[in-house]
Design a protein around this ligand. Structure first.
Ligand SMILES: NC(=O)c1ccc[n+]([C@@H]2O[C@H](COP(=O)([O-])OP(=O)(O)OC[C@H]3O[C@@H](n4cnc5c(N)ncnc54)[C@H](OP(=O)(O)O)[C@@H]3O)[C@@H](O)[C@H]2O)c1
Length: 349
């Protein structure tokens, strides 16, 4: 069982999107990926209706891997390539921002088309690393020209703040969704960004919903350990600046009690909680093996009651959330959040 939403005329996506950053080179600190099993997971997911994928031009090796999956679908007899949706990103390198023009943008979009084995990109999510470098609105305009040329179906953004998204919207860029970090304990979007999206009918596609796997039973009662993936490095920082490890452990126990009532797991409650927030279109959940396919299906098997949601909210009220708007800390020069970001991956071959 799945839930879908229609974003634009006839364009439907699953409310749980298969996230593919986990498959990029350097994401797994232990280097323990089995790509055969990942391919198996992709087939299992799409056969069960989880047909929407999230990747990026800067996720090294991932567009190519999804391109191979598209070819397997083309040559198979089940789900067809037309039945899946692949959302990629356009993230010009920090060092390139002052040089970005239409030709450069088209070159990157053509590269994504080629890598993905697609005739049109279902969605391109645009990111601009540094608002102090002019050209953000103009570059979004280049994507509109490429949409007119038939190379892109939907234009979206990722990691924008309210003021700069408003600049795009006011300039007439048809922003379809916004991809933003949002989880039970990373509540930065609730400070105003989500309200702006709701007012402008732009659904939020959320990442970090499982906080790199931290929102799962296997962490109950555990001490803070060395992170296994780049996601965990990222979300460990959020835990430090919100609940702290002790508060996080208490949250796990609350989520577990709620999960037990419905016969599901913590990850499903954490996902359902985010999906139940008004303005949220979908949660993007990272896939790096076939282990969690059935658990992901369980997300749609129940609804949280208002009492469950209020219980989680009133627990969280005792704790701070990370300072600033979504991605503000990640942009701030000198902040620990920025220090772990890789900002020049697009041109890397
Ligand atoms: N726009 C951006 O800047 C940005 C940033 C980050 C992520 N993203 C997107 O969002 C996606 C998600 O990435 P994320 O970093 O936020 O990771 P996440 O989805 O919070 O966590 C993914 C990890 O959770 C575990 N997991 C997956 N399903 C599970 C389940 N049902 N139950 C328990 N554990 C489960 C898996 O780890 P194990 O297999 O080890 O258990 C997986 O590696 C990425 O792939 C990417 O597409 C975008």
């Amino acid at each position: 069982m799945t839930e879908k939403i229609e974003l634009t005329d006839g364009y439907k996506i699953n409310r749980v999107i298969n996230g593919c950053w986990q498959l990029s080179e350097g994401h797994t600190i232990k280097n323990d990926l089995d790509f055969g099993d990942v391919m198996r997971a992709f087939h299992m997911l799409t056969e069960r209706g989880f047909t929407t994928f999230d990747c990026g031009d800067i996720y090294t090796g991932v567009e190519e891997f999804l391109g191979k999956f598209v070819l397997e679908l083309k040559n198979g007899s089940g789900v067809s390539p037309a039945d899946i949706q692949i959302h990629t990103k356009y993230v010009p390198d920090l060092d390139m921002l002052d040089k970005v023009d239409f030709q450069y943008t088209e070159k990157i979009i053509d590269r994504s088309l080629k890598r993905l084995n697609r005739d049109v990109l279902d969605m391109v999510q645009f990111h601009w690393w540094d608002y102090d470098v002019p050209g953000c609105v103009e570059t979004a305009g280049y994507l509109c020209r490429l949409k007119e040329k038939g190379k892109i179906r939907n234009i979206s953004v990722t990691n924008f703040d309210t003021a700069h998204l408003a600049e795009l919207v006011d300039a007439g860029i048809p922003v379809v969704t916004s991809q933003t970090q949002y989880s039970v304990f990373d509540r930065r979007p609730e400070k105003g960004y989500l309200d702006y999206l709701k007012q402008h009918h732009i659904p939020m596609l959320c990442y970090g919903t499982l906080s790199g796997g931290f929102l799962a039973e296997r962490w109950i009662g555990k001490k803070m350990e060395e992170p296994e993936t780049r996601s965990q490095v990222k979300y460990m920082q959020v835990i430090e600046d919100s609940l702290g490890w002790d508060g996080y452990q208490q949250l796990l126990l609350i989520l577990k009690e709620i999960a037990d009532k419905y016969g599901v797991g913590i990850s499903q409650v954490a996902s359902r909680y985010i999906l139940s927030q008004e303005g949220v279109g979908a949660a993007i959940i990272g896939v790096r093996n076939s282990r969690h396919v059935e658990a992901n299906m369980g997300i749609f098997s129940f609804e949280l009651s208002e009492e469950d949601i209020q219980r989680i909210r009133s627990f969280l009220k005792q704790y701070p959330t990370v300072e600033g708007e979504p991605f503000q800390q990640e942009r701030t020069v000198g902040s620990k959040y920025r220090s772990i970001m890789w900002m020049n991956l697009s041109e890397e071959e």
